[in-house]
Every structure is written in C-alpha cells, then in structure tokens.
Design a protein around this ligand. Structure first.
Ligand SMILES: Nc1ncnc2c1ncn2[C@@H]1O[C@H](COP(=O)(O)OP(=O)(O)O)[C@@H](O)[C@H]1O
Ligand SMILES: [Mg+2]
Length: 329
C-alpha cells in the first residue's frame, strides 16, 4: 500500500477548480487497490485539512502529521493538484523537493519559468519556437508608457497581461487607445512585470503532452471555441459561459496538426518539463501557428481538456497515473 498526498486548494483564483480536479484524481485513484490517498486541502487561511476535515501538517521528512491524534504517516508520492499559485509556480514543488518526496509533474524551475508569461516568452524565443510578437515592461513609468503607446500605435489591437497570473486575471484586450493606460495600471496591480502582445485573429487550440512509459506523447489539438474571441475568467468558469470545447479540433490539416505536435514536444523537451503539460496555441487565419502559453498543471476535472485529449490519444488517465506513481516510488 502506498501513501499518496493529493494536495489541493491553495487559496488562489482557481481554488474551486483545483478541488474539482482533485476529486477527479481522488476518484481515479480510489479505483486502484494499491493506494491510500490523503487528500489535503490548503484552505484560504493557510490551514490544511484532509478529506475527513481533520487538521494536518506536512513535515520535512515526507510525513503527514495529525495533531489531534498525533498520528504520523510516511508519504510515498505527492500530487500537487493546484492550478495557479502556489502550485503551478514552483513553490509547492520546491517544498516537495525539500521533503524528499517524489511528485507528479514539472519541477520548481520549469514550473516558475512557465508560470511567468515573460520568462515563457524569453525561453520560447531562445528555443526558436514561434510565439506572438511582444514587449514587456518592468515598471509603469513615462518611458514604458511611451513604449506601450508605440506598440499600440503599431498594432492597434493588443493584449496587456500581468506576467504572473492565470485564469485570464489581470489580462486585458485593448483595441481602443483610451483603454491603454487604465489596463496597464490594472495589470501592474497583479504583477511586477507586464507583457504586451499583438492580438492574433486566431483559433485557440490546445495539446496534451505527457510522458508514458518514458516516452513523450502529444495528443491531437483540441479547440476552445469562445464566441467573442477573449477567453475570460467568466468564459472559463461561469455557468453562463458560452464557450465550448472540441476534444479534437475540426478541419485542421494534418500538416498543421503535425507542426503543432512537434512544437509542443520541442517546448516540453526544451524547457525540461516532466510528466505532463497542456500547451496552448493560436492558429491564425492565415495558417500560422504560435504557442501562447504552457500550463504545467492543467485542469483535470471530468470535463477538462487535458485528460480527455490524453484518453482520445489512446492512454487511460488511470493507467497513466499508475505508471508514473509506480515508476517514481
Ligand atoms: N495575443 C493574443 N491574441 C488574441 N487573444 C489573446 C492573446 N493573448 C491572450 N488572448 C486571449 O486571452 C486569453 C487569456 O490569455 P492567456 O495568455 O492564455 O492567459 P491565462 O494564463 O490567464 O490563460 C486567451 O485564452 C485568449 O482568449
Ligand atoms: Mg490561457
């Protein structure tokens, strides 16, 4: 019997989604006989509670400790099921490294690189992987205001994004000059760095990349079809969302789909990602492919794209998880 820590919550804007992903993983692992799963939620106040509501603590030696009973369990493997900070930006992974606990997914450095939209761009450029035209700002001063204005005048339609955010928080579509300054001010409230990109008239496609039996696999591209083009927080999570998804995007020529898979795998290898990632793309109206971003711990709810695209690619999510746990412990 192996003791698995399934860490979820985290108190960020994707807290609730993390709980849904954790339920899916918990239910998947519950169908295996070999695991005792400790589902631990990091609450908004920082407390940690398990699935039965007991307060618990994680200890340096890779243990879980229950103050009420003084019980201690040695952990064998951890799953950092948190989207956004502190799970997707490398912090939790650093803690697992310190605890000496093997875990699912990307290590601390690569997690941090991919969570920051500026460092992602710098790496994609260095790896010569096409991505959308951008500039970034480290401060909201007169010089940078001018740089932003010049970029806007050149493209007339841009996205302004807080660098260290997800879920479209701190992300603004600016197609009128009057929104420029306000959007920059808002974006700087979320992050120390702000990315400005040219708007792409494009389809939004995603690929699951994952390791199975030591091999890297890339799924076919799936599609997010968002009626007004901007996949906002509401479009992502609200019940009224008009966005729908296709597990396999329709009418993508084989050549483009192969090109996207190659790019996804090149990014996975180049950034030394591990076990899983969802690579998000733009496919422009004139047939160009750009990587938009890399999500190192993508949503894993029963309706999420990551596990569905994997299953459609021929690998059961349960077998995949089992395979990683067995080979890591
Ligand atoms: N350069 C761009 N051109 C067109 N749409 C964009 C661009 N950048 C972002 N968007 C829109 O904003 C959404 C959120 O941006 P993204 O960079 O994916 O941030 P997040 O990490 O919050 O998901 C995208 O899914 C897309 O709908
Ligand atoms: Mg995104």
């Amino acid at each position: 019997m192996k003791n698995i820590l399934l860490l979820c919550g985290g108190g960020g804007s994707e807290h609730e989604i993390s709980l849904l992903s954790a339920k899916y993983i918990f239910d998947t692992l519950a169908t295996c006989d070999d695991y005792k799963v400790f589902k631990v939620e990091i609450l908004r106040n920082g407390d940690r509670i398990d699935q039965d509501g007991y307060l618990c603590e994680l200890r340096k030696a890779g243990e879980i400790f229950y103050p009420h009973s003084e019980e201690i369990h040695k952990l064998d493997f951890a799953i950092p099921c948190i989207h956004g900070p502190p799970g997707e930006n490398g912090i939790i992974q650093s803690i697992f490294e310190l605890m000496g606990l093997p875990y699912l997914g990307v290590g601390p450095e690569a997690s941090q690189i991919c969570f920051n939209k500026v460092s992602t761009k710098l790496w994609l450029d260095a790896l010569q992987i096409p991505n959308t035209e951008y500039i970034f700002l480290g401060e909201f001063n007169e010089v940078n205001k001018h740089r932003a204005q010049v970029f806007f005048d050149q493209h007339k339609d841009i996205y302004i994004k807080a660098a260290s955010q997800g879920s479209s928080v701190g992300c603004y579509h600016v197609n009128k000059e009057e929104y420029l300054e306000k959007s920059l001010t808002e974006a700087f409230k979320f992050s120390d760095f702000v990315l400005i990109e040219k708007t792409q008239k494009a389809r939004e496609l995603e690929i699951s990349v994952y390791e199975y039996e030591g091999q890297i696999h890339a799924s076919l591209p799936g599609e997010i079809i968002c009626p007004d083009g901007f996949y906002t927080f509401e479009q992502k999570y609200s019940k009224e969302s008009k966005t729908h998804t296709d597990i396999v995007a329709k009418n993508i020529p084989q050549k483009i789909s192969d090109e996207m898979k190659d790019m996804a795998i090149k990014a996975f290898r180049g950034l030394k990602l591990k076990h899983l990632s969802r690579v998000d793309f733009f496919l422009t109206d004139d047939g160009k492919v750009f990587i938009n971003e890399i999500n190192t711990f993508p949503g894993m709810t029963p309706i999420s794209m990551f596990p569905k695209m994997m299953e459609n690619n021929g690998h059961k999510f349960k077998t995949y998880l089992n395979n990683i746990i067995q080979s890591s412990t």
